[in-house]
Design a protein around this ligand. Structure first.
Ligand code: CU
Length: 183
């Protein structure tokens, strides 16, 4: 199992465990209130209704969101271009496969960012030419996060750090940002 898949499975296991505990607490609450005569008329029916409603909502949310998880995006394709990103206090160093820092990204083609950090955790958030956030990942020390994306709109994309990574994160002179061109 790859690192990112492991994190996803771990998240799902934790989510199920928390859900189960919440349900058991809910169940024990009903019992207590029935015993002290707080008057739930048909606890079994209520319990079943709650379970179906809650389970249904959960299944709908999960079936809509899980397939759209970034973990599954473009996994079957080979990236046209790989960009290595090193984040540090307070800059991003980005190069293509030939270690060229002045690369351009082809529009409409899937590219892969391999994002890591030299020091603390940073954010790697990509904003389109209209300054709308289009995709993001974290830059973590000792770990490479792969971010695959297709940029359809040509122009200058800005990269901002989305973690408060230190005193120079947002100062006038040393604010943590970078950019690249999509052509
Ligand atoms: Cu930062």
């Amino acid at each position: 199992m790859k690192g990112q898949e492991f994190v996803l499975v771990l998240f799902l296991v934790c989510a199920i465990a928390i859900s189960l505990i919440s349900f058991l607490i809910y169940k024990s609450t009903i019992k207590a209130s029935s015993e002290d005569g707080a008057g739930i008329k048909n606890p079994l029916k209520k319990r079943l209704y709650f379970l179906l409603l809650w389970g249904g909502v959960l299944i709908i949310i999960m079936s809509v969101t899980i397939p759209k998880s970034p973990y599954f995006m473009y996994t079957e394709q080979t990236p046209t271009m790989v960009i290595n990103v090193q984040a540090m206090q307070y800059a991003f160093i980005m190069t293509d496969e030939t270690e060229n820092p002045t690369f351009e990204i082809p529009a409409g083609k899937m590219v892969e960012f391999r994002v890591t950090s030299n020091d603390v955790t940073h954010g790697f958030a990509v904003y389109n030419p209209n300054n709308v956030l289009v995709t993001q990942t974290q830059a973590m020390p000792g770990y490479v996060n792969k971010l695959r994306w297709v940029f359809d709109e040509p122009g200058k994309y800005n990269i901002l750090c989305t973690e408060f990574c230190g005193i120079g994160h947002a100062t006038q002179t040393g604010s943590m940002r970078s950019d690249f061109i999509v052509k």
